[in-house]
Design a protein around this ligand. Structure first.
Ligand SMILES: Nc1nc2c(c(=O)[nH]1)N[C@H]1C(S)=C(S)[C@@H](COP(=O)(O)OP(=O)(O)OC[C@H]3O[C@@H](n4cnc5c(N)ncnc54)[C@H](O)[C@@H]3O)O[C@H]1N2
Ligand code: MOO
Length: 402
């Protein structure tokens, strides 16, 4: 039985194989937060654009230090002063342009104000407290590479160049279908045998944090023909069709059969725990095809599957390398476990101690126990057929969304 299971790596390769990067669109920078740069951006300007003072103080020539200098001018931020007369100093403020001739700034706490001028200490080297033009960015160099996620620092960097709009990748459009007659929405009264749909909001939030747009939400009854119709409809709307539930082996599990009927099943039954029945494939549409990811219904299986498969798929569609791999951290295990044929992705809390990271596992690792994901910031990867003892080093995938 074990040899029928596909490895996670093989399945991921199959999922990403042939996925094309989405087209780009131009957006004002104020609307581009979280989006992914379609092209590399070249700096137009030196930043800072002129030599300027890093301190409130006095701009001088280093050769003139160690004596009292008269103040010949005052330069506030936003002003450009005149060339500095030899043997004088300029009162200057943080961000003020260094006057021609001056080569250092003495912070005001280090000087003494005298009647005849300002006493400047002698130990001030040329360049002190001067922020050189182009120290941060040189015009003509690459400012940001294609594939950069436009988060806080990158948005600031674009603004520092006076850039107002950027070419970003269109967001992947996702259809998220929940299967299962027993699954109802919060707000509806819960009858015997029913459960609320926890997968939908959980996955929607994760997908949005990964950079996708969830454009279609639907509930699919346990009926083969309707499942086929709803998958075909979703494929027309979306780049990626995701289902939850209905991929196992029961008579009411129609998703896999519908996928095989409409399109192609690339992978099913993976050597992972949780998430064994996860199904990957493609669905045809009028123009091209949509990728298909069938997540098992158990909430933790969906949660783990989203991190392992949906995040890299979105990364591939967006041309964003950081989304394609989760950071790997080696930690000291605070738990012991043993695996069989499936690689186990255990929900753990990584604790960053001065002595090094520690991984503490949630006690109940069952795939229906969503509580195990609440405090988890990582998945500890326990290879198949292995034993982990307390104190061993364990590799963890750090769950960073973007
Ligand atoms: N005979 C076998 N039975 C099962 C196997 C197997 O190999 N042989 N695999 C088990 C494993 S492992 C998993 S995982 C599940 C996955 O099954 P499905 O993907 O077909 O999921 P469902 O049966 O539809 O649901 C499983 C479970 O999750 C609940 N669920 C479904 N959708 C939601 C939702 N949106 N929100 C919250 N909970 C949901 C559902 O009620 C079930 O309890 O199959 C095992 N069985
Ligand atoms: O693969 Mo299932 O998710 O173990 O319960």
């Amino acid at each position: 039985m074990a040899n029928e299971l596909q490895s996670v790596e093989t399945a991921l390769d199959a999922l990403l194989d042939g996925v094309a990067t989405l087209p780009s669109e131009i957006l004002p920078c104020e609307q581009a937060a979280g989006r992914v740069l379609a092209n590399s951006v070249t700096a137009r300007l030196d930043v800072p654009p002129f030599d300027n003072s890093a301190m409130d103080g006095y701009a001088v020539r280093a050769v003139d230090t160690g004596r009292v200098l008269p103040i010949s001018q005052r330069i506030a931020a936003g002003e450009s002063g005149a060339p500095l007369d030899a043997g004088t100093c300029a009162r200057i403020f943080t961000g003020g342009a260094i006057p021609a001739g001056a080569d250092c700034v003495v912070m005001q706490e280090r000087v003494e104000i005298r009647d005849e001028g300002v006493w400047i200490p002698a130990d001030i080297p040329a360049g002190d407290n001067v922020r050189r033009r182009g120290r941060d960015v040189h015009a003509g160099r690459e400012l940001l590479p294609a594939g950069t996620r436009l988060e806080a620092a990158a948005l600031g960097q674009l603004a520092s160049q006076g850039i107002t709009e950027v070419a970003v990748r269109r967001c992947p459009r996702i259809a998220l279908l929940s299967t299962g007659d027993e699954v109802i929405s919060p707000g509806e009264p819960l009858a015997a045998g029913q459960i609320y749909n926890s997968n939908r909001p959980m996955l929607k939030r994760l997908l949005e944090r990964f950079g996708a747009d969830v454009v279609h939400l639907a509930s699919v009854p346990d009926d083969y023909v309707t499942t086929c119709d709803m998958l075909a409809e979703a494929a027309e709307i979306a780049d990626v069709v995701i289902t939850t539930g209905g991929v196992s082996v029961g008579e009411e599990d129609h998703v896999k059969r519908a996928l095989e009927h409409l399109g192609q099943l690339d992978m099913w039954r993976l050597a992972m725990r949780p998430g064994k029945p996860l199904a990957l494939g493609r669905l045809p549409k009028t123009h091209g095809e949509a990728r298909f990811v069938g997540l098992p219904g158990n909430p933790v299986s969906g949660y783990v599957g989203a991190w392992l498969f949906l995040r890299p798929l979105i990364g591939e569609l967006l041309g964003c390398p950081v989304l394609k791999q989760l950071p790997r951290i080696h930690a000291r295990s605070e738990f012991a476990t043993r695996t069989q044929a499936r690689q186990h992705y255990m929900r753990v809390a990584l604790i960053f101690d001065p002595a090094g990271p520690r991984a503490a596992a949630f006690a109940d690792q069952n795939s229906a126990v969503l509580s195990s994901c609440i405090a988890a910031n990582a998945l500890a990867v326990i290879p198949a057929y292995s034993e982990l003892k307390e104190g061993d080093t364990v590799e963890c995938l750090w769950l960073v969304e973007g």
